[in-house]
Design a protein around this ligand. Structure first.
Ligand code: ACO
Length: 311
């Protein structure tokens, strides 16, 4: 019976049918989706922090409006994704508990600091650029609620990427000091952006099964390569240089070859030892505690309405 269900499930996946919440699915499929979707949701919510750091100090009103909108979008993406995870039978409280206790991961990239305004440009350009590269294929993920959530999220991410690139362009064409700031931000964000795609294919524990289930469509290394190929010409247009002495275009393959990634740095961040890991979790804990009265008020309000409806 189990074998027949497994086969029927895989046949549906292979036929590109969407799997919906009430459909039968293997336990492993459910588990990996809860893991990936909740990590993704946490990343959006924690990802609000490095940029939120600049909302009060954006240099113009126009920049401030754009940054506010972008950070709000990220909050929206997080809530959307928590809802998608909830369709798999896990509660939001449980997921948030996992984040606050350090049990759940969120993207390594959000553990780096944002000391200058150019970091906001670099995050939009590189971090959101990498996010889109990874997330556009997720619009075709086999799990319906996740795939559908990704459509809107990707449209918004593409606006985020453009605002970041436009900001970098303004700095790169600005005073020598502004250009220096832009280059410094690129130097700090380049390698962490490449790490966002996850461990190399040989090290990636989940890739092959996730690709068979059509959750992932491309491997970590494939997406990383696409990102490098798309981004190097953008850096050239800005007149900035990629901080990688080994970077070179291979005319035979049509791809850029790049230097070795420092996986020690990546693994340390995953263990909680990055520059801002503690600060990020602390900020989320404080937000959770400070929001307790809102949750209590919402529950009390719902109870009152129910009472009134009964009368
Ligand atoms: N940061 C933190 N952890 C990571 C990262 C990263 N950049 N990349 C991989 N990992 C973790 C995986 O979660 C996994 O850990 P786990 O087994 O404890 O859950 C482990 O490293 C091994 O990696 P993989 O086997 O390659 O894991 P997976 O197949 O899930 O691929 C990936 C990782 C590519 C990140 C995938 O989960 C994914 O596409 N997620 C959705 C996109 C997403 O979360 N983006 C967040 C950043 S973008 C943004 O929020 C703007």
């Amino acid at each position: 019976e189990e074998g027949r269900l497994q086969q029927g499930f895989q046949d549906r996946v292979d036929a590109e049918e969407k799997i919906e919440p009430r459909d039968w699915m293997p336990d492993g499929y459910r588990r990996t989706l809860v893991r990936q979707i909740s990590q993704h949701a946490h990343s959006e919510i924690v990802g609000m922090l490095p940029e939120g750091n600049w909302i009060t100090r954006a240099p113009t009103l126009r920049r401030k409006v754009a940054l506010l909108a972008k950070v709000q979008d990220e909050g929206g993406h997080g809530l959307y994704l928590y809802s998608a995870a909830e369709t798999l039978g896990v509660s939001r409280d449980e997921l948030i508990g996992q984040l606050l206790s350090g049990k759940a991961k969120y993207s390594s990239i959000f553990n780096y600091p944002t000391p200058t305004w150019a970091d906001i440009g670099a995050i939009g350009w590189l971090v959101d650029g990498a996010a889109i590269m990874n997330q556009v294929p997720l619009c075709r993920c086999s799990y319906g609620p996740y795939a559908r959530a990704m459509v809107r999220i990707c449209r918004e991410e593409s606006f985020h990427q453009r605002q970041g690139y436009e900001l970098m362009l303004a700095l790169a064409q600005g005073t020598p000091e502004q250009k220096r700031m832009a280059q410094d931000a690129l130097n700090r964000w380049w390698w962490p952006s490449l790490m966002m795609f996850g461990p190399s294919d040989e090290q990636s524990a989940h890739s092959s099964q996730n690709m068979a289930w059509k959750i992932k469509r491309f491997s970590n290394d494939e997406l990383r390569q696409r990102f490098v190929d798309a981004t190097v010409p953008q850096a050239e247009f800005l007149g900035l240089s990629i901080p990688d002495p080994d970077l070179r275009f291979n005319a035979d393959t049509g791809h850029y070859e790049f230097g070795a990634i420092d996986w020690t740095e990546f693994n340390e961040i995953l263990k909680g030892n990055g520059p801002c890991n503690r600060e990020r979790i602390e900020a989320r804990r404080k937000a959770w505690d400070d929001g307790a009265w809102v949750r209590e008020a919402a529950v009390a309000h719902a109870a009152k309405r129910k009472q009134r409806a009964l009368k």
